[in-house]
Design a protein around this ligand. Structure first.
Ligand code: AHR
Length: 513
């Protein structure tokens, strides 16, 4: 049986758990907005057209902040199209997803939905086809109290109080040649600096995210971040990272080890950001916003998620079904390891958004005029968002490791640990990436006396199922967490036996030793 020994110490902290690590993403893409969060006429819709079933699941999932309205969509979007009387809003072509955008849902609708969902708004601006003027206008519209042209327009459109949006993305994936308005690092760095400066002149309290690389394997990765920040370091607070992973051609070991790539990506971006900081002799720290991450099957046998296939499928229709990946047990375990990676870097990654929230590569699925349910990947997110409180503790892991072709070797058991001093609770999040065997895990808690186990749950292959088991409209709870029985506190140590391919959350009642 593979073994793992995890050691933490109360004094060895990484930093407070950033609440914004539990963010999500709503893009005008496929059925994320229309028939996802918003479907007037649905039996569960409220008077604004927001789906109550989806709102309930969003709240239950513990989502803290939601990035909107894109994604690739935002690089050709005119935010002004989404304000004012709905029947006067223009229908537009959305070139990013080959879709017709009705603009029935816009900034006010998003603000109302975010308020209902209890999430913070994170707004992305268009720096693909738009520029400095549009950037400062939307900040004035959204955040200025009143008495100016744009803020008075907001009031006339029904929102007396400013939306008070703090976090703003300065564009999206502009390093990618697929992006509308794709730019070189020099071009983008200058634009981000000037747009950010103009936005801050309207509202100095906002936080700005510069576009980083679309993944760690872009040809410009590293140089892009360095050049962009050489221009915009003084005006931005974060730089973004995006990453999607999938199981390729049955190479499940590489997929299970793919959080190694997330670690590498994060650590490389930190190094680059800090190199610019040193070059500028700056005392300011720029942090990381991992504002798109998830499993996404872009290259599957049926190739249904590749960009050119998406275009053929969309065919200039309104909210077509796009990239509605159905997630299995393996995907959920891997998502658990991404959450561990984010937590272990929580001193520098202080915003993260799982992409996306509903239907489009999402933890929540919702059928038009039908039900909404939780996908497998919903569960690790919901439990970490609920239980990871207080301080993140450094973890030292020793034990069995496994080889992967794509991402090198990795611990069979992956872990992150948090300590909530207020409630006297330690939370341990574990993924057993072993495909065949149970794993024997020992957790040593230096500086604590473990009293009892207050909660222990495991997500694994259901009885009669396999690692490809999924939740469906017909069987919505086929894969769900169950009570973890094989866990005990013995001689001050926590001993856990995890089933093969499983993810577990163990919460302990502790006192400080
Ligand atoms: O989340 C789907 C798409 O993936 C986003 O629109 C884009 O930013 C990324 O490439």
């Amino acid at each position: 049986m593979p073994t793992a020994r995890i050691t933490v110490d109360r004094e060895f902290t990484i930093g407070p758990v950033p609440r914004r690590l539990f963010g999500s993403f709503v893009e005008h893409m496929g059925r994320c907005v229309y028939t996802g969060i918003y479907e007037p006429g649905h039996p569960q819709a409220d008077e604004h057209g927001y789906r109550r079933d989806v709102l309930d699941l969003t709240r239950e999932m513990g989502v803290s902040i939601v990035r909107y309205p894109g994604g690739n969509f935002v690089s050709g979007y005119r935010w002004e199209d989404g304000i004012g009387p709905v029947d006067q809003r223009p229908r537009r072509i959305d070139g990013a997803w080959h879709t017709i955008e009705t603009n029935a849902f816009g900034l006010h609708e998003f603000a109302g939905w975010a308020n209902e969902a209890g999430v913070e708004m994170q707004e992305a601006i268009n720096l693909g086809t738009a520029g400095v003027e549009e950037a400062r206008a939307i900040v004035e519209y959204a955040n200025h109290p009143g008495g100016t042209a744009w803020s008075d327009k907001r009031i006339a459109n029904g929102a007396k109080d400013p939306f008070g949006i703090k976090v703003w993305n300065l564009g999206n994936e502009l390093d990618g040649e697929w992006q509308i308005g794709h730019k070189t690092a020099e071009e983008y760095g200058r634009l981000a600096q000037e747009a950010g400066k103009a936005m801050r002149l309207v509202d100095p309290s906002i936080e700005l995210i510069a576009v980083g690389s679309s993944n760690a394997h872009m040809p410009t990765f590293g140089q892009w971040e360095y050049t962009v920040l050489s221009h915009a370091y003084d005006v931005v607070d974060y730089i973004s990272l995006h990453a999607y992973y999938q199981e390729h051609d049955g190479d499940v070991r590489s997929f299970l080890a793919s959080a190694n790539d997330m670690d590498y990506f994060i650590e490389s971006v930190i190094a680059t950001v800090d190199a610019v900081k040193a070059k500028k002799s700056s005392s300011k720290q720029v942090n990381l916003s991992f504002d798109e991450w998830n499993v996404w099957y872009q290259q599957r046998g049926d190739a249904d998620d590749q960009l050119h296939v998406i275009e053929q499928k969309a065919q200039w229709r309104e909210h077509p079904r796009l990239i509605e990946d159905t997630y299995n047990v393996t995907d959920a375990i891997v998502v658990g390891t991404y959450l561990n990676s984010l937590l272990r870097h929580g001193d520098r990654v202080t915003i993260a958004n799982q992409a996306q929230l509903v239907n489009v590569i999402a933890p929540i699925r919702a059928e038009e005029n039908g039900p909404a349910w939780r996908q497998t990947i919903y569960w690790p997110f919901a439990r970490v968002a609920e239980l990871a409180k207080g301080q993140i503790l450094r973890t030292a892991t020793t034990g069995d490791r496994f080889e992967s072709a794509q991402y090198g070797d990795a611990d069979v058991v992956d872990a992150s640990v948090t300590y909530d001093a207020e409630r006297g609770r330690v939370a341990v999040f574990l993924a057993n990436r072993g495909l065949d065997d149970d794993a024997d895990v020992t957790v040593t808690l230096n500086g604590f006396t473990a009293k009892s186990i207050s909660r222990a749950e495991v997500l694994t292959i259901p009885e009669g199922g396999n690692r490809n088991s999924v939740n469906t409209e017909q069987d919505q709870n086929a894969v769900a967490p169950t009570k973890l029985d094989r866990v005990a506190v013995q001689d001050g140590l926590v001993r856990v036996t995890m089933p093969a391919l499983s993810w577990a959350a163990v919460e302990l009642e502790v006192t400080e030793a």
